[in-house]
Design a protein around this ligand. Structure first.
Ligand SMILES: *Cc1c(COP(=O)(O)O)cnc(C)c1O
Length: 376
């Protein structure tokens, strides 16, 4: 059956990108691979608005987060961990494993992280040398304004700012150098519109300096081993890279680097949210400012969402459910890909039919069609 994937990772990949993966393999120690790698680096530089290079690992987003933790935290580090959901908690858990001393700052899931909350924690913990933030909390569909948060922090002696950008980079502005982020982790299968398998890490000059003077107890994720070959004139990867994913990422970046891509994502999110609300669902993120351009979470005003989810699945429409305390209570629909009017109609029409079906509303046009569709 033809399925329409609306999970916030992996997201649908264009035919163009998929076809690139089918090209013959090339060796990773040669000029052809180096020029592919350089092309990706140049495009990432445009996307992130930084001349600094991006390390690319065969890993998922969690691997990229772990890379930041093992390179910048340890038993000697006090870390402020700001979390507003499942992924903020995960970054905290990974970092706790390095033996660092963690100060928890928890924001209610569904609410955004305000600059004041972070500024207070930094002010109260002047000995903290690392701050963990999440730009887009995928478990709730909260988009945090990292630029506004960093702008209220002291310029001098501020902690190293490590940001989980796994579900933001590609779909929404993320300009680490301009904003003052020190280390950014992301992955291929969300905003970057590429199949899963690549973890990406960008560092500020300050972070590269710190990495140089720290000992990393991890071999594979040691950033200094990466730097040695990444900054060569013909860049390389120290270990075997998943070359076909590099083909795909190189092509996907062309789709993202169009002038109005971020605006289109925001516009699609806004329209979808309006339709979802008008259908009578409840959006989890109440404040529009904090709604993600990539993923929208909603629930029924009363009752759980499992019947709706089941109905959507029978139609071949596959959003994700809730995570953590929202299990069974939430539907999360992603719109990272080229999601415009036809996709909005598909999503809203399917939700309308699922609601009609749940209410046994046989007179409804969508529910009537769905009823016949489900007959064998
Ligand atoms: C998906 C996601 C992760 C985990 O990424 P994996 O690729 O599944 O390891 C981490 N943080 C955020 C914000 C995510 O959306």
């Amino acid at each position: 059956m033809n399925k329409y994937l609306l999970t916030p990772g992996p997201v649908p990949v264009s035919t163009e990108v998929s076809l690139k993966e089918a090209r013959p393999l090339i060796g990773h120690r040669g000029s052809e691979f180096s020029s592919l790698f350089s092309s990706i680096e140049a495009k990432l530089s445009r996307l992130l608005r930084s001349d600094g290079k991006t390390v690319i690992f065969p890993a998922s987003g969690t691997g990229a987060l772990e890379c930041l933790s093992v390179n910048f935290t340890g038993p000697d580090t006090k870390v402020i961990s700001v979390s507003c959901g499942v992924f903020g908690d995960r970054f905290r858990e990974i970092t706790a494993l390095t033996g660092s001393n963690i100060i928890d700052v928890n924001v209610t899931p569904g609410e955004g992280v305000t600059p004041g909350v972070v500024a207070r924690a930094v002010d109260e913990n002047p000995d903290a040398s690392v701050l963990l933030l999440t730009q887009n909390e995928t478990s709730t569909g909260v988009f945090n304004h990292i630029d506004e948060i960093i702008s209220v922090l002291p310029e001098k002696n501020r902690p190293l700012i490590l940001v989980d950008g796994v579900s933001s980079v590609g779909a929404m502005p993320c300009f680490p150098e301009a904003w003052g982020i020190d280390a950014l982790a992301t992955a291929s299968q969300k905003g970057l519109l590429t199949p899963p398998g690549l973890g990406l890490v960008w560092l500020s000059e300050r972070a590269w300096e710190i990495a140089e003077n720290r000992k990393c107890n991890n071999y594979y994720f040691d950033l200094m081993r990466q730097k040695k070959v990444l900054y060569k004139e013909a860049p390389e990867n120290p270990y075997t890279p998943p070359v076909t994913l590099y083909y795909a990422l190189n092509a996907a970046l062309d789709e993202i680097l169009t002038s109005d891509w971020f605006d289109q994502r925001r516009r699609a999110a806004r329209a979808l949210a309006a339709g979802i609300e008008a259908l009578g669902f409840e959006l989890l993120v109440k404040e529009e400012k904090f709604r993600s351009p990539g993923v929208t979470a909603f629930s029924l005003k009363s009752g759980d969402t499992s019947a709706i989810a089941k109905s959507l699945k029978s139609m071949g429409v596959e959003p994700a459910g809730g995570q953590g305390k929202f299990k069974g209570k939430l539907i999360r629909m992603s719109h990272y890909h080229d999601f415009r009017w036809p996709e909005i109609s598909l999503a809203l029409g399917s939700l309308y039919a699922a609601l009609g079906n749940a209410r046994n509303n046989a007179g409804d046009f969508m529910a009537a069609a769905l009823k016949r569709w489900e007959e064998q």
